[in-house]
Design a protein around this ligand. Structure first.
Ligand SMILES: Cc1ncc(COP(=O)(O)O)c(C=O)c1O
Length: 412
């Protein structure tokens, strides 16, 4: 601590504190996941439908366990969350040319899924807490007549789901939730992903469960569930699923729904199954880190932290803040200086897509989309960094110290 104070007094010192852990380093897969993956590899039965008589595939077991975890009737494993969103949109009836409302602050696979359906996105503004602007949602729902809302709980920020549900009901809108960043998170006492018709989760490496790639789709609707399983690439083997609707529902669709071959493999399912029992504990560990960072950064000049509702039981696996009272040039300088000091901050202000980060203006494949002046301005000043569980609480302290030092150093 004394050391930190010394550096704070002398921010330009040659001995400036530099953080030297990787922001991309995840924890190892639990032992039993590795063991189970080895067992599956020894049998060679990696494909979810390659089961012997009476055997239930790893992927089917996972689907049942995840459905039970979030409290839905059905769950289907897919190759990614992006493919889950695409299949969800198709399964709730999106057709080419349909309009889909979607918050503009999200990641590229979300507009990618909309593009895949050949629908037209109507992007909705966000507010200073990085949440969908619900007044704008309401206005655009009315003006556009859109019948679908793809809500991306981007970076784990959960908007007032009571009001969202009311708006969707009032306008007859079907909601699909992108829960890539909210696995384990709730609004009130209800898991995200269970407010809309469909919830889509990611198990890609940087998410709350890591299987490299992977997606889980949940729903309570018999027709949607049957379509999802068929689209996912079940051939005529859907009977082998456990978390599935009655077989007669498949009869209605089995010759109408193409096989998109977006299945999950048993190997991926084994990795996920080993992490699911620990998910709540891991979420608490993320929140311990998040709260520490939040407490230490609160009140720092030029830094604004988002306000969060008491009903939002989020998972703080990443941290966002806004630079206030300084020009954009200073934001860039701040991010570059943080980078020199080992702190990897992502910036949504750049018009040029970089790494995983892109903003709505760069999704040019849609042609011209609706203007979003408020979101554009907010993204220019937003800073974003990962908080992997390989960071200790002390690491998190060090990160906040460096951020404060850099703020002092570069801000006007
Ligand atoms: C907000 C958001 N939605 C969806 C996805 C898609 O997830 P996946 O990589 O599993 O396709 C991502 C991926 O990072 C994401 O960040």
């Amino acid at each position: 601590m004394a050391k930190e104070v010394k550096f704070m007094c002398n921010p330009k010192s040659e001995n400036r504190l530099v953080f030297n852990k990787e922001f991309t380093r995840q924890e190892p897969i639990p032992e039993d996941g590795i063991k189970r993956a080895m067992e599956i590899m020894e049998t060679g039965r990696l494909h979810r439908y390659n089961t012997v008589r009476g055997e239930v595939a790893e992927t089917s077991l996972l689907e049942k366990e995840f459905a039970d975890y979030v409290g839905t009737a059905y769950c289907t494993g897919l190759s990614s969350c992006g493919s889950a969103i695409y299949v969800a949109l198709k399964s709730v009836g999106v057709l080419p040319g349909d309009r889909i409302l979607c918050n503009a602050f999200t990641l590229a696979p979300v507009p990618g899924a909309i593009m895949n359906t050949e629908a037209e996105p109507i992007f909705v503004e966000i507010d200073e807490n990085y949440l969908t602007d619900l007044d704008d949602l309401e206005e655009k729902a009315e003006a556009s007549g859109a019948k679908f809302f793809l809500l991306s709980h981007m970076r784990g920020h959960i908007v007032d789901m009571d009001r969202v549900t009311e708006i969707c009901n009032r306008f007859g809108i079907t909601m699909i939730e992108d829960c890539a960043h909210t696995m384990g998170a709730k609004w009130g006492d209800k898991f995200t992903g269970t407010f809309g018709e469909v919830g889509c989760f990611s198990t890609q490496t940087y998410k709350h469960i890591n299987s490299g790639e992977g997606g889980l789709l949940v729903t309570n609707d018999d027709n949607v569930a049957a379509k999802v399983i068929l689209y996912s690439g079940s051939y005529m083997l859907y009977e082998k699923h456990i978390a599935k609707p009655p077989l007669e529902v498949f009869e209605k669709y089995k010759q109408m729904i193409p096989n998109f071959s977006l299945r999950m493999s048993n190997l991926v399912a084994a990795l996920i199954r080993s992490q699911l029992p620990e998910l709540d504990k891991q979420c608490t560990r993320w929140n311990d880190r998040y709260k520490l960072i939040e407490k230490r950064l609160r009140g720092t000049p030029y830094i604004r932290l988002p306000e969060r509702s008491v009903k939002e039981h989020f998972v703080g696996s990443s941290f966002q803040f806004t630079i206030k009272g300084a020009p954009v040039s200073k934001v860039k300088q701040f991010i570059n200086t943080c980078s020199d000091r080992g702190i990897e901050i992502k910036w949504f202000g750049s018009m040029e897509p970089k790494g995983f980060t892109s903003r709505f203006e760069s999704w040019e494949y849609f042609g011209k989309t609706n203007p979003l002046p408020k979101t554009a301005e907010l993204l220019n000043f937003m800073c974003d960094f990962r908080v992997p569980l390989t960071f200790s609480l002390d690491d998190c302290k060090q990160i906040t110290t460096i951020i404060q030092q850099v703020t002092e150093e570069v801000m006007p």
